[in-house]
Design a protein around this ligand. Structure first.
Ligand code: NDP
Length: 317
């Protein structure tokens, strides 16, 4: 993608920062956020991205240019688990301000989440059209944040004739920000904390490496439409969380203690037919992606991980 004028929210976050960094050299990229982390702001600025302080809870968009061609709205106020009114308002109003400000854009991509589904069945491959209204016991306000903003995107896409895509992300991971669920779990392992898994079986998800995610953002922009298109967004493979924990332990030598007390964070798997038809398959297998991510983020395990990968490459298929 080249020569476009791109507005990104959540540009300091795990999902949108690598997108901003990848697009900045060949496009005019503007990132909005509170920039509590000055290092992320500096890194974006050094790559040529403009950074503008904007708190979507309070701020209008004022003097910001309006002639953006593409918008990636990735910022989220997840809430503290109790502030349902604030969470609904902040995400809805922030989204509405962005869409009205950039109503002439060619494409608006909203990063939603699989948390919106009513994920009652761990074996079901959730598809767009399945029942909504998922609960998130670990952060009850989070699904409210995503569903409120989805409603605004649907409404304003049609009211403003602004082509939009709502991409329901599964689990993104990679060497950015908090690193995603694999890194969060690995940090628990390193801290000697047990990792919660279900009493029976295991939870599954579709891990999406940030390199695939970055590659797919322009492809998703290309399929924006009115009414807003809703699409599931995750990796092609179905990854068991317990398998993931054991693989990270094997890679690094850090022991994993499984807590089968049923306090595990629910994850879900998606039906990906629509996404594959629209933007194609992913390119990074989860084992390679997780190994690369841990090697990049944790220098102390790098040699061991490289040895492990070398041995795997040498093994017959
Ligand atoms: P992070 O927690 O890493 O980043 C959140 C981002 O939101 C930050 O860049 C932050 O910027 C911005 N933000 C938060 N509050 C405000 C505010 N009041 N005003 C302006 N910006 C704000 O999130 P991720 O990158 O992990 O997630 C990005 C999107 O993807 C979210 O919408 C999330 O719901 C969705 N998602 C992510 C998944 C994942 O696996 N990571 C899975 C499913 C969905 P700053 O602090 O600089 O203001």
């Amino acid at each position: 993608m080249q020569g476009k004028k791109i507005l990104i929210t959540g540009g300091t976050g795990q999902v949108a920062r690598p997108v901003a960094e990848a697009l900045a050299p060949d496009n005019e990229v503007w990132c909005l956020g509170r920039f509590h982390d000055p290092t992320a702001r500096k890194a974006l600025w050094e790559l040529g991205a403009q950074t503008v302080v904007w708190d979507m809870a309070t701020d209008e968009l004022g003097d910001l240019p309006r002639d953006f061609t593409h918008v990636l709205h990735s910022a989220v106020h997840r809430g503290d688990g109790r502030d349902f009114e604030d969470t609904a308002r902040i995400n809805a109003v922030g989204t509405a301000r962005l869409m009205t400000h950039c109503s002439a854009a060619e494409s608006f991509l909203y990063v939603s989440s699989g948390v919106v589904y009513d994920r009652a069945d761990h074996t079901h491959r959730y598809r767009v059209g399945d029942p909504l209204g998922g609960a998130a016991p670990w952060l009850p306000t989070y699904p409210v944040a995503k569903l409120s903003a989805e409603g605004v995107v649907r409404g304003l896409a049609e009211a403003l004739a602004l082509p939009a895509v709502i991409a329901r992300l599964n689990i993104a991971y990679g060497p950015y920000g908090h690193g995603g669920l694999p890194v969060i779990l690995f940090n628990q392992m390193r801290g000697g904390q047990p990792c919660a898994v279900p009493r029976h079986g295991q939870n599954y998800c579709n891990l999406l490496h940030t390199d695939d995610l970055v590659r797919q953002v322009p492809l998703l922009w290309d399929v924006a439409r009115v009414p807003a298109r809703v699409v599931n967004w995750g990796g092609d493979e179905e990854v068991g969380i317990t398998d993931l924990l054991q693989y990270m332990s094997e890679l690094t030598g850090v022991p994993v203690e499984l807590d089968r007390g049923d306090h595990s964070r629910e994850t879900a798997i998606f039906d990906h037919d629509a996404r594959r038809d629209l933007v194609g398959r992913c390119t990074i297998g989860w084992r390679t992606g997780v190994a690369r991510t841990l090697a990049e983020l944790f220098e102390e395990y790098r040699d061991r991980i490289e040895d492990h990968l070398e041995r795997r490459r040498a093994e017959p298929e």
